[in-house]
Design a protein around this ligand. Sequence first.
Ligand SMILES: C[S@@+](CC[C@H](N)C(=O)[O-])C[C@H]1O[C@@H](n2cnc3c(N)ncnc32)[C@H](O)[C@@H]1O
Length: 299
Amino acid sequence: MQEYHIPVLLEESIASLNILPDGVYVDATFGAGGHSKPILTTLNAKGHLYAFDQDEDAFDNAFDQPGFTLVHANYRYINRFMKLYKVDQLDGILADLGISSHQIDVPERGFSFRFSSELDMRMNSGSSLTARQVLTEYTEEDLTGIFSDYGEVRNAITLSKKIAEVRKTRDIITTDDFNAILRQCTMGPVQKYFAQVYQALRIEVNDEMNALAEFLQRSMDLLKPGGRFVVITYHSLEDRLVKNLFKTGNVSGELIKDDFGNITRPFELYNKNVILPSPEEQKQNPRSRSAKLRVAIKR
Ligand SMILES: C[S@@+](CC[C@H](N)C(=O)[O-])C[C@H]1O[C@@H](n2cnc3c(N)ncnc32)[C@H](O)[C@@H]1O
C-alpha cells in the first residue's frame, strides 16, 4: 500500500518545538500524524496534544491513547476549540501546511492533473465549493485574479478568456476537460504551468490564504510567553504571511508602535534564515523540495 505521507523536516521542526513533557501542544495539520507522533512520545501523563485536520481521511491515522485529541475542523477555528477544551494557553503550535501525499495520490480527490477524475479539490469533503464550481461559476475577472495571485500564472488573462469561451459550449467537469484547455494555453514548461494553475484552484477551493491568516493571528494570542510557533510552508504566499507575523505580530507585516512609540514585536525569531530540507531529504522525498521552516518564540 502507498504511504499516506512522509513527514517533512521532522527532526528540525520537532527539535525547534522544544517539547516540555507536561506541556500542552497543537499540531494544526495532523495528516498521517508524522509530526504528532514524536510530540506524543515526549509528553508525560500531564501533557496533552490537540491535533486538527479538516480531512476525514486523516482520522484513519488517529492515535488511540490518553493525552491525545484529534479535532475534525479547520485550523482557522483553533481559538474556538481551545476554549471548548478549556485551554487558555499553549506551550507550542506546529503547522505543516498544504496538502498530504495521500490527498494528491487519491485520483478521485481531483487534486492532481495526472489523474482523470472530477474537478473536486476539497480538503474537507463536507464543504460546498469544488474546483468545478469555481471554473463554471466564477467570472472571467475573478478567475484571472485567482490564477495570477495564487498561481503566479503569467498568462492568467488568456487562460481565463479561454475558460469563459469553452464553458459557453460545453461543461468543464473533469481534469481531462480542464487539461485540454490548459494544453492550449501553456506557457513555458508544461509541468510547471499545470502545477501553478492547479495550485491556484486548490487555494481558492479551500480558502487557504484566509484560513491561514486567521489561524496565524489567533494562534499568536494562544501561545504562552516562551511558547514556540513552528510552521512549515510550501509556497511563497504562505511563507510571506508567516514571515510577516513572526516579524511584526500581524500577517500584513505592518509595524505597530506602542503608546511610547516603540515598535511592538510579539515574537523573537528562533532562526534568522529559513530552515530548508537537507539535500538527502530532498532526494529521498522530492515533495519536501519546496518546504521552508520558520520558528518563533512568543515574548
Ligand atoms: C502536509 S499535510 C500534514 C502532514 C503531517 N504533518 C504528517 O507528517 O503526517 C497537511 C494536512 O493538513 C490538513 N489541512 C490543510 N489545511 C487545513 C486547515 N485549514 N485546517 C485543518 N487541516 C488542514 C490537510 O488535510 C492535510 O492532511
